[in-house]
Every structure is written in C-alpha cells, then in structure tokens.
Design a protein around this ligand. Structure first.
Ligand SMILES: Nc1ncnc2c1ncn2[C@@H]1O[C@H](COP(=O)(O)OP(=O)(O)OP(=O)(O)O)[C@@H](O)[C@H]1O
Ligand SMILES: [Mg+2]
Ligand SMILES: [Zn+2]
Length: 700
C-alpha cells in the first residue's frame, strides 16, 4: 500500500511547532521558545542589542520623545523629472512594465504608496527610479528597509554597477566601513541606503535620520517586503512593527511599501501597522505569462522529478521545494547522486552554511537548490528556470510566491508540482492538529481547499490562479491543461462504490480504515486484513475490479479534495462527510480527471539546440544559430571573469537575456550596443568596448 499510511501525525505537529518545518505558529498559538538560531533570516544583531553607546547627539531623540507634525505643504516632489530618461539611461530598459510608470510618477511627486505586484514583477524599480529622480532634484537620500541582510551586499552591488551611489548599513561591516558610509549618507551624496528594520530602534541611527531630515536630505522611505509586518503571512518580523515610527518622526517624508502578498488581511495590516492609511494603493496584474504551470499526479515523485529535470531542464538553475528539513537533505543528496549539482537550504542549517549555499546558487550557473520555504524571499536571481514542488504548499499564496521565483528575466520558465493522495491527508492533518484557534483553522482549511481545487482542475490553471487573486482572464495556452487538455471520466459510479464501502466498514464493525485497505476491498484483493476483518463478505467486495489501483487512488484523492471524504484519527482512516450523502444517492455527479502518465517531454522543446559541454548546458534563453551560440558562450565566459573580479553574481553584470540579445544581434558599434535592453550608460561606458572585442573575436 502506498499513499496513506499511519504517518505518525503527532510527529507532524511536533515538527511543525518545534522546528521540523519552516513555519511559524499562527496567531493564537502558544509561543514556542524560539532561539535566534531557529529563525529563518539573518538578523542585524548589532542594532538589535543596541549596545553601542548613543552619541551625545542622540540624546533627546530617543524613541517617542519627538512627534513631528505632518504638514502637507512640506511634502516635496521632484517636479518634471525625466523618469523615462532614468529608466533608459541608468537601467538600460526601454519601457516601464505594467503599473510601474504610474507608481514611479506618484512616488517621485511625494505621495505615499502601497504597491502590490507579483514576485518578480519589478517592484525594486518602483523605489529606485524615484530615489534617483528625487536625489537629482536635491532631495537627498532614500532609505530602503529590507529584511534580508544576507542580500544587501548584492542589491547594493547591482546599483553601483549601474552607476547609482548606494550602500548598506548592517552588522557585517567593520567600524571603519560603517563610518565611511555614515559620512556619505550624512553628506547627502548617497542615493540609496539599505538597512534592516531593526536599525530603526537604534537611537544613533534615528538621530542621523533626524539630522538628515532637518536639513531636507531625507528624501524617501521604501519599505520592501512590507508583508513582514503582518502575522498572517509566514514571514512575520517583529521589527517591522517599529517602522510606524518613521512616519511619526518624519511625517513629511513620503513612504512607499512594497509586497507580493495580496490577501486582504495582510493588506489591511500593512496600512494600519505602517501608518499608511492615506497611501494610494497600486495593484498590478498578478500574471506572469512566461511561467508555465504544470501539476502532475504523484506516482513516483522522485522519478517524475528526475524525468522533468532531464527532459526539460538539463543544466538549468532551479529550486525544488520540499516540506520538511529532512526531505530537503534527502532530496539534495539524491539529486547529487544522480549527477545533478544540488544543495540543501533550510532554517535548521548553520547560518554560515546557509549563506554559502545561497551564494553558490546566486553565483554559479545551473545549480539546483532543494529547500524549504525558508529559501526564496528577496532572491532576485533572474535566470531561475524552474521551481518544482515535491510537496503540496499550504495555500495558493504560498504556491504563487514560490513559483514566482522562476523566470524573472521574462524568458520561458516552469512551475512544476507533483501532488498526491498523501499530500491532501497530510496538509489537512497539519491544520487539524495545530494548536491554533478555530477561526484561524477554518481559514487555513478554506485556503487549502482552494489549492486542492486548483490541483484537481481540468481547465486553465492560470485562469484559476488569477481568479483567486480577483483577476479575470481567458485560457492562457501556457499551462498543462491548456496544452494537453486532460481527459475526464464520469466517476459517479466509482465514487458511490467507494463511499458506500466506507459506510459498510463502519456498519460492519464500527471501525474505519485507510485508503490502501479500501482499494483492496474494492478491487477484491484478498489480504490478511480482509480476512481478519471478514471484509470478503461485504457486498461491495470486488465490485470495482475493473479499475486499477492507480485509478482508485485518484478517485479517493479527489473525493478527499472535494470534501466528500475526510481522513480521521491517528491512522488517517477515511470517514464520510455530510456532503457524501448526496453523492451516495446519485444526486451529485462526479467528474474526475483521468489518470495519465506524465507525457514524455510534454510537447516542450528545449529552448535552444544547446551547445552544452560536459553535461553543462550553455542554453541561451532564446534560439541562436551556431555562431550566435559561440558568441553567447564567449560573452558568458567574459561575464564570469568580471563577476569574480567584482565579487558579484554574474547576472548583476548582465543577465542572460541581455547577453543573448547581444549574441543574436552582434552589434559592432557602441551605439548599436546601447540599444540592447539591460545596457545602461554606466555599463556601456565600463564594458562596451570589451564586449565589442569579445563579440568580434568570437566570430573569428
Ligand atoms: N521595466 C522593466 N524592463 C525590463 N526589466 C525589468 C523592468 N522592471 C523590472 N525589470 C526586471 O525584472 C526583474 C524582477 O524585478 P524585481 O527584482 O524588482 O522584482 P520584485 O517585484 O521585487 O520581486 P520580489 O517580490 O520577488 O522581490 C529584475 O531582473 C528587473 O531588472
Ligand atoms: Mg523585491
Ligand atoms: Zn492555461
């Protein structure tokens, strides 16, 4: 028997609240004793402990002692800023995406904004362009609150590569470095300063901001990953609660809060807790058209994953999400043994190990990260070609955020998930057994149900996903169901057989049984258990022999997903729900998707002829001819060297899409080169000539 097994559910719950899974207890749950090392992110310890003596200038500016008064007339904007010019010149992009232009215009003018855009949608530009425009207008420094210290170095490096003066302040700096940056900041020369939320509780830091503000040099505050202020998501960060202080202290400095989490609860929390009540709200389309969604029925998940990786993603960078730390470790080891370079990442690993693995993932090509949900927030690697789920996420929000990490560069990417009977049972159990309040559980169940409905859907996945976020759309042509419409069958009869057998078990002996035994009885298989319980005499014994075990598993999984069956007790036995009655009576037809083997290759051809060597593909994100491939490979080799020299991930120098465009069009002048998306003025100046040389010699 596969699928359901008495899976020690108590252990699940234990794991959930004592660190086995990377989750936080919901509100209402007793607070577990977390130690700092349990937390998933790197904290700015230095400012947390506030052991630094506050300088004399800090006295009198301690928290709460100053309450400035908001005065709309003191709000300043950068009038007539050439925003499009900044986009082209600095970033090298030709057009704003979606709502970006509206948001950027509004923030530049000095209005508060709440920005909701999907993962990878382009939120950074929404504060970076205003920061540059406002700095040019003499309004000074933009403070960026970002929760992830480990990523600040690269975020700042990317801006400096673009010729934008940026820096971060956190505990990783030496005293001297910090002082230098503070001087840059206090002089107003700095365009963007990144800091972790904890810093706001540091009196010395607040004193510096106050001084800047008094001199009219505190331009803007951007609060990235603003959903961290809400307990409803899984990224809650207590320090975010302190950020309302920025409003109290600097009411005339505009603020923009950004997030990819769109649900109403989180949205309301952000407004209230960040004191953004008057902020204009910008909700972008959540569609990520280049991501292809595929959800397969779990058969042998590992084999299925391997086939998916080998057929479609050889040599590509990607993430494989698993639920537990243990499974992450196993998956990474197993992928490695299959010759795929893979590393584990979860909150239980040493902070150093985590940083090293994350760095490798960002800096090296073609690495697969096996990870819990602790991995991903803020990872802006643009060429993640796939995100695979070996376990069902908790809800659609989680699924969408995790899959959104694929294909930021806009090139084709896959979101692939294997899902089976045990997933449904496990997720339901985790909710049932959690110590959370009833109201919270009810909500979690509803969210899980929405995800199950998506997994079982016969129609366009994207229409359903976007529908969940309140967006109407038409069938996308780029999901498994659109590309390969699943056959369905009328399973009303099978459903009735299964439900009535469950009913008969109970009637016969007062006992209930799991899915494996139910399938044996339906298929008329004599086992020790059927003999022991006398189930051979049941009238339904063997009535479903015409369907395979696999088909039956599908039927039971879908009955569970649809809520006609529920799993109960310590051994995940099956029981009927109220809604089962109508199905039993034949009043409700049941249409199910037909079980099908994962179609090999599923119609996808690799994105390039792939001139890979030694098992490592150099596949460009667009189709290139032989010479183009050569140029692409040469550009990549050149890029790695520059990246190493600058101690930055290669994509920060130029991303694959930009290199591929260079390889395709083979520009021979600086002017031609500057027309390529991703080539801004600074990079043209710094690298233009070398690129032309690389292109020329690759041709020869
Ligand atoms: N107008 C544009 N034209 C071309 N590329 C863009 C544009 N805007 C953003 N991008 C690119 O899109 C990618 C994703 O942007 P960004 O990192 O800002 O996403 P995000 O919305 O912050 O996502 P997350 O929620 O994961 O933090 C980046 O590689 C960025 O350079
Ligand atoms: Mg971001
Ligand atoms: Zn579709």
């Amino acid at each position: 028997m596969r699928g359901i097994r008495p899976s020690a559910p108590a252990a699940f719950t234990r794991a959930l609240y004592h660190g086995g899974f990377d989750s936080r207890p919901p509100p209402g749950a007793p607070a577990p004793a977390l130690s700092v090392s349990d937390l998933d992110y790197d904290y700015d310890f230095d400012s947390l402990s506030a052991t630094r003596p506050a300088g004399p200038e800090a006295s009198g500016t301690a928290r709460g002692s100053v309450h400035a008064v908001a005065d709309p007339s003191r709000r300043r904007g950068a009038q007539d800023a050439d925003l499009h010019g900044i986009l082209q010149q600095v970033f090298g992009y030709s057009a704003f995406r979606g709502e970006q232009q509206e948001i950027i215009r509004s923030v530049t003018a000095g209005d508060d904004a709440l920005v909701l855009m999907p993962t990878g949608g382009g939120k950074s530009l929404c504060y970076q362009v205003p920061a540059i425009a406002r700095h040019r207008a003499g309004l000074g420094v933009t403070l960026v609150i970002s929760p992830l210290i480990a990523l600040m170095h690269d975020q700042v490096g990317a801006l400096e590569e673009l010729g934008v003066h940026a820096a971060f302040l956190n505990s990783s700096l030496t005293g001297e470095e910090a002082q230098r940056i503070e001087r840059e900041m206090m002089s107003g020369r700095l365009v963007l300063l990144y800091a972790a939320p904890e810093r706001v509780t540091n009196p010395r830091f607040m004193a510096m901001l106050t001084s800047l503000d008094e001199r009219g040099l505190l331009s803007l505050v951007a609060i990235d990953e603003a959903h961290c202020v809400s307990q409803w998501g899984h990224d809650f960060r207590e320090d975010y609660l302190q950020l309302a202080q920025l409003h109290e202290r600097f009411p005339n400095v505009p603020r923009v809060a950004l997030t990819a989490t769109a649900d109403d609860h989180t949205r309301a929390d952000m407004r209230e807790r960040l004191a953004l009540t008057g902020a204009r709200e910008f909700v972008s389309s959540f569609d990520r058209p280049n991501i292809r969604y595929t959800i397969v029925e779990k058969d042998e998940a590992k084999k299925q994953l391997l086939r998916f990786l080998r057929d479609e993603h050889e040599g590509d960078a990607g993430i494989v999400y698993c639920q537990s730390r243990k499974k992450v470790e196993e998956t990474a080891a197993w992928l490695t043994s299959e010759g795929i370079s893979a590393l584990p990442y979860h909150a239980g690993l040493d902070a150093d190990v985590r940083r090293r693995h994350q760095d490798k993932f960002l800096r090296e090509d073609g690495l697969v990260m096996a990870a819990t949900i602790a991995f991903g927030m803020g990872i802006d690697k643009p060429d993640v070609r796939f995100v695979a789920h070996l376990d069902l996420p908790k809800n659609i929000e989680g699924y969408y955020q995790e899959t959104g990490r694929a294909g930021r560069d806009g090139a084709a990417a896959d979101a692939w998930m294997a899902y089976g009977l045990a997933d449904v049972v496990n997720q339901r159990r985790m909710i049932d057994e959690s110590p959370a309040g009833d109201e919270f559980k009810k909500q979690q169940r509803a969210k899980l149900d929405a995800l199950l409905t998506l997994a079982e859907a016969h129609d366009c996945r994207r229409v359903r996903l976007l529908g969940y976020f309140g967006e109407d759309s038409t069938p996308c042509g780029n999901c498994d169901n659109c590309l390969n419409p699943p056959a369905t069958w009328d399973a009303t009869e099978a459903a009735r057989m299964a439900l009535s057998t469950v009913y008969r078990f109970r009637q016969h002996s007062g006992l209930s049984f799991g899915a494996g035994h139910l399938i044996d009885v339906l298929r008329g298989k004599v086992t020790d258990k059927t003999t022991q319980h006398g189930h051979g005499t049941l009238s339904t014994f063997g009535i479903g022999a015409k369907w395979s075990e696999q088909q039956w598993r599908g039927v039971i999984r879908q009955l569970l997903s649809l809520g006609h069956l529920q799993s109960e007790g310590e051994f995940n036995t099956l029981g009927l729900t109220d809604s089962a009655r109508a199905v039993l009576k034949g009043e409700v037809p049941v249409t199910l998707r037909e079980h099908r083997e994962t179609p090999k290759g599923s119609g996808r051809t690799r994105r390039s002829s792939g001139g890979g060597s030694a098992g490592r593909s150099t596949a460009a994100p667009i189709k290139l001819d032989v010479d183009g491939d050569k140029r692409f490979a040469a550009l990549r080799a050149w890029r790695s060297e520059v990246a190493r020299e600058h101690n930055l991930p290669a994509y920060i120098v130029f991303n694959d899409a930009t290199l591929a465009q260079m390889a395709l069009t083979a520009p021979s002048t600086l002017d031609e080169l500057s027309g390529i998306s991703g080539v801004g003025a600074k990079k043209l100046e710094a690298y233009g000539r070398e690129i032309l040389r690389v292109l020329e010699s690759a041709a020869g």
